[in-house]
Design a protein around this ligand. Structure first.
Ligand code: S3P
Length: 449
């Protein structure tokens, strides 16, 4: 799992239409935050619908290492007895965040203003990813980081002994960086301010308020200005984690491309900081009905009824990138089947995800017979429309769950099957992906070409 074990090749073949209800697991971003905020609270946090993917399990383990009590009562049902803001203990061993950039970056933020030291590592994918984007702002609070070249993991963070509050303008549109700064601000006296030019997912802001922090958000010409009052007393809460729209993306896209399909994906977040993919698919001609709009776990959600659709290529504007940043791989797969060209702009952040996702998608699509063009910040997919996609390739996933799932979705309609060299990273975010897709009628199985 997550790049530590033996690779598990998987293959998808053209087959039956997809039918049924796809109940995708809990949201990964909210699951990490529920555990971390629970650990930083006084009293008990009870979580239902927690994603039990490896990324989140690694965060649960880390919270124990920092002194919280974390217990699993049943499937998705967990309790956290927190230590309060400023109450983290020094971990006795290295914190291994596995494949999770969100886990490591948020936890570094959460500990950076406590008088403790911690050493962080992760799998081969995480050890390649840039951490300077988080350790730079954490240094402004007074924390010190010593890592490998380029600030990469393994890295030791020496928490600030006398933290000072910070005003930080995000140089990259990243919810992980924003969240790390806000979590560090919790144990700094006075006001910590984060400014983001582009709105990124806002779960940290919503949940901090829910746990009792004093936090305000203002839209200004400079961008979204988030102000947090330091040293609040956070109190344990009940958190019902809504389903993950980034996981919903895979069955939704599969149903759109497999002829004759009709599925329902219940409880999919319509949070505007997360729903860019659905806007894009509708613009491409997707038949998606947004039924029963309501609120679940503090998030706006709807049931998505999705029917097979003829899609056309479009220009996806750069301003939309933050609201669908994890969905570009599966969008690129879908775009290869559309009539016409899809241009995705403003996507350079994809280069520093679990893999360089622009490169991974471009190489994989080319191997499947699709013409693509890439620039540093742009991915162009020339849809093959009625000609269909040949497939017949084994695609390298580079320890990246979303690359694996995207090509397994594509393989459901290609002329020849599509295999991925390693599907094991899927367990980091969507451990029931294979069973769920087979339950809808998809032909996905362990194996290769
Ligand atoms: C996440 C933020 C995004 C996203 C990741 C989850 C989060 O990363 O890609 O899967 O939970 O804050 P960036 O903040 O680096 O864009």
């Amino acid at each position: 799992m997550s790049g530590h074990g033996d690779p598990v090749p998987m293959i998808a073949r053209k087959g039956a239409t997809l039918r049924g209800v796809a109940e995708v697991p809990g949201d990964k971003s909210i699951s990490h935050r529920a555990l971390i905020l629970g650990a930083l609270s006084v009293g008990r946090t009870e979580i239902t619908g927690l994603l039990e993917g490896q990324d989140v399990l690694d965060t649960a383990k880390a919270m124990q290492a920092f002194g919280a009590t974390v217990e699993r009562l049943g499937p998705g049902h967990w309790i956290v007895d927190g230590v309060g803001v400023g109450g983290f203990a020094e971990p006795a061993d290295v914190i291994d965040c596995g494949n999770s950039g969100t886990g490591v970056r948020l936890i570094m933020g959460a500990m950076a203003t406590s008088p403790i030291n911690a050493t962080f590592t992760g799998d081969a994918s995480l050890r390649k990813r840039p951490m300077g984007r988080v350790t730079d702002p954490l240094a402004l609070f007074g924390a010190q980081a010593v890592g490998r070249e380029g600030g990469r993991l393994p890295l030791t963070l020496v928490g600030a002994r006398n933290p000072v509050p910070v005003r930080y303008v995000l140089p990259v549109p990243s919810a992980q960086v924003k969240s790390a700064v806000l979590l560090a601000g919790l144990n700094a006296p006075g006001q910590t301010v984060v400014v983001e030019a582009e709105a990124t997912r806002d779960h940290t802001e919503r949940m901090l308020k829910g746990f009792g922090a004093e936090l305000s958000v203002e839209d200004t010409p400079e961008g979204r200005v988030i102000t947090l009052q330091g040293r609040p007393e956070l109190t344990g809460q009940s958190v019902a984690v809504p389903r993950d729209p980034s996981s919903a993306a895979f069955p939704v896209c599969a149903a759109l491309i497999v002829p004759g399909s009709e599925i329902v994906v219940p409880g999919v977040s319509q949070n505007p900081t997360r729903n860019g993919l659905f806007t894009t698919l509708v613009e491409m001609g997707a038949d998606i009905a947004f039924e029963n709009p309501r609120e679940e776990g503090g998030e706006p959600v709807a049931d998505l009824r999705v029917r097979h659709s003829a899609l056309k290529g479009i220009e996806v504007p750069a301003e939309r990138a933050a609201s669908m940043i994890d969905e570009y791989p599966v969008l690129a797969a879908v775009a290869s089947l559309a009539e016409g060209t899809t241009v995705m702009r403003g996507v350079k952040e994809l280069r520093v995800k679990e893999s360089d996702r622009i490169d991974a998608m471009a190489r994989g699509l080319e191997a499947c017979g699709v013409t693509v063009e890439e620039e540093r910040d742009v991915l162009v997919v020339h849809g093959r429309g009625a000609a269909g996609v040949p497939g017949g390739a084994i695609v390298a996933t580079h320890i990246d769950h979303r690359i694996a799932m995207s090509f397994l979705v594509l393989g459901l309609v290609t002329d020849r099957p599509v295999a991925v060299d390693d599907a094991s990273p899927i367990a980091t975010s969507f451990p029931v992906f294979g069973d769920l897709m087979r339950g809808l009628g998809a032909d996905v199985a362990e194996g290769s070409l």
